[in-house]
Design a protein around this ligand. Structure first.
Ligand SMILES: [Mg+2]
Length: 192
């Protein structure tokens, strides 16, 4: 079976290291539990273009190039490759492609057939204009594992079952019968 996997906050921790950087740079005191909406503007209380600027600055840091993996992701993806084909589908911009591929090769080598960048945040990527659910459809992805409710929902409405990785920013949403909330990689393995 072809399985699609989101990168940030599913395979690698992103929001926690980003907030740590943000707290150091801007004197804030945010933790992951404060991020109760997917749009960071709601938590950080700054305009979207300023968020983009701050995230771009984070992209330049060593912390970004060395994000820690989500607990269990290393072992679970190794197990899944035995019987399944895995692809990464990320909303990251294409401009961080090299850093992303380097991190995957360093921490999750020999697991993924391909990595797709939808560049939802910044536009102009190689896959820009294509949505995650469209890539899933084109590539024959049967299950997508993702933390963003909207992406998970879009997939579920377009023929790809979705596993919503439990995070503070997706807890207010109601899931349909083609979606399932998962709280760990251990739980994800039980779905296959
Ligand atoms: Mg994500």
């Amino acid at each position: 079976m072809m399985i699609g996997i989101d990168f940030d906050d599913v395979l690698a921790e992103f929001i926690t290291p980003l907030l740590r950087y943000h707290n150091e740079q801007y004197g804030t005191g945010f933790s992951i539990e404060d991020v109760t909406k997917y749009e960071l503007t709601k938590t950080l209380n700054v305009p979207r273009d300023e968020i983009t600027r701050r995230v771009d600055a984070f992209f330049m840091t060593e912390q970004f190039r060395d994000l820690p993996l989500v607990d269990g992701a290393e072992e679970a993806t190794r197990i899944l490759t035995k019987d399944h084909d895995l692809v990464i589908i990320t909303a990251r911009p294409i401009k961080v492609r090299d850093e992303t591929i380097a991190l995957i090769n360093k921490k999750l080598p020999d697991r993924f057939l391909d990595v797709y960048f939808t560049s939802d945040w910044h536009g102009n990527g190689a896959d820009a204009g294509r949505k995650k659910y469209e890539i899933c459809h084109e590539q024959g992805v049967k299950v997508m594992i993702v933390d963003c409710f909207q992406y998970a929902h879009d997939c579920s409405m377009n023929g790809t079952r979705s596993l919503l990785y439990d995070r503070p920013w997706n807890r207010e949403n109601n899931l349909n019968d083609k979606m399932r909330r998962v709280k760990s990689w251990e739980e994800i393995l039980k779905e296959f």
